[in-house]
Design a protein around this ligand. Structure first.
Ligand code: NAP
Length: 353
């Protein structure tokens, strides 16, 4: 029997994604399990990694991309007592998701309840968990608070809006004009970031409240952090969680570094800035520091999904062979949701010719 995975042997554009056939089924070592991967999330972070610009992964090459997966444990290696064989699990794997079989350490796997749509379930480990932890563990927002979500039409952005609605928060989101309906579908106010100064628009929308938002979430990074900080009401908090502008070459390393330095300054000296403050968030750093929160929050999110309280925006479900097409679409921007790879779906014959 042959099985497939996607491999990157050189950093670069979508063309570096290659489909590879394997014959030997991989065996888990001590503390590991073999997962039959049924859904693999895709997103901007995968593109960031593919370009070789992601600070937390620079190799070794070759590797299989894919930040998050959901699948069934086929075989547990020596010493693994939980989760058990036959259990559906989710993993925030950083790399390794675009595959039919994955060998993964058992310790961070989280059980997935029965009966979920697996393409929706795979939106939980990265997009929803990132948004949920920033909303509830970093900012501690109360119902009625107003948030600004920069990049609100993306995977993490729509997760923010969905969770904000569930938590009783008011949301303002920036996006491209054609994605405004995606943002408004969650009851949020949409601002086209191509059409003028979004800071003035946020202030206008919050006149009569506090003249700004209680929290802002920004993954554009670099100089953009200062604009998001300007949107805060006194006492408000900016959470920076990405450097998208550096990933796409819009700004250089220096600008991204200055953006991070500003976050630190605002975080350290809030009294200089009207009580407005700031912090950096990384889902993998937070998981390493608080593994119990990671598992508890994942379980909470899967319960919300099972109960129909949250609704991930899955725009396409495609076979592994579509990986290049998916990355081309991610790089073009404007997706308005998440594309999920379904590794056991039949391949598209025209791909990877
Ligand atoms: N730190 C963490 O723990 C963590 C975790 C997950 C993700 N991230 C980061 O979060 C970011 C978003 O990831 P994603 O998967 O949600 O990406 P995505 O689905 O591609 O969404 C990107 C969003 O950014 C918007 N956007 C693009 N350029 C913009 C600009 N100049 N100004 C304002 N908005 C702009 C897009 O709007 P339109 O498409 O409407 O133009 C879209 O809403 C990435 O940088 C990723 O690496 C960080």
């Amino acid at each position: 029997m042959t099985w497939q995975h996607i491999r990157i042997a050189h950093f670069g554009g979508p063309e570096v994604l290659e489909r590879v056939d394997q014959t030997a089924i991989p065996e888990p070592g001590p503390g590991e399990v073999r997962i039959k991967v049924l859904a693999a999330g895709t997103g901007f972070t995968d593109s960031f990694i593919r370009r070789g610009r992601y600070p937390d992964f620079k190799g070794p090459l070759p590797f299989t991309p894919g930040y998050e997966l959901v699948g069934i444990i086929e075989k547990a290696g020596p010493g693994v007592t939980a989760p058990h064989e036959g259990q559906m699990v989710a993993d925030l794997c950083v790399i390794g998701g675009y595959t039919q079989y994955a060998i993964r350490p058992a310790r961070f796997l989280v059980p997935v309840p029965d009966g979920l749509d697996l393409a929706e379930a795979v939106c939980i480990p990265l997009a929803y968990l990132t948004a949920f932890q920033m909303l509830t563990r970093v900012c501690h927002l109360k119902p009625g608070a107003t948030i600004l979500v920069v990049g609100a039409s993306g995977s993490v952005g729509t997760a923010f809006l969905d969770l904000a609605r569930h938590l009783g928060l008011r949301a303002i989101g920036t996006c491209s004009a054609r994605n405004m309906p995606v943002v408004e579908r969650f009851g949020a106010r949409a601002i086209d970031y191509h059409a003028g100064d979004f800071v003035a628009k946020v202030r206008h929308l919050t006149v009569g409240q506090k003249g700004g938002v209680d929290a802002a979430f920004d993954a554009i990074g670099g100089g953009h952090f200062a604009r998001s900080f300007d949107c805060l009401a006194p006492g408000g908090m900016l959470v920076g969680y990405g450097s998208q502008t550096m990933a796409t070459g819009g700004e250089g390393l220096l600008s991204a570094g200055l953006g991070l330095a500003r976050l630190k300054l605002w975080g350290a000296l809030p009294w200089l800035f009207g009580g407005r403050h700031a912090a950096w968030f990384s889902i993998t750093e937070r998981r390493a520091a608080h593994p119990d929160d990671f598992k508890a929050d994942m379980a909470t999110l899967f319960e919300l999904l099972r109960d129909g309280a949250i609704h991930p925006v899955v725009i396409d479900r495609l076979p592994l062979s579509a990986a290049r097409e998916v990355h081309t679409r991610i790089d073009a921007g404007g997706l308005g949701g998440k594309i999920v790879l379904m590794p056991w779906a039949a391949p598209v014959p025209s791909d990877f010719q």
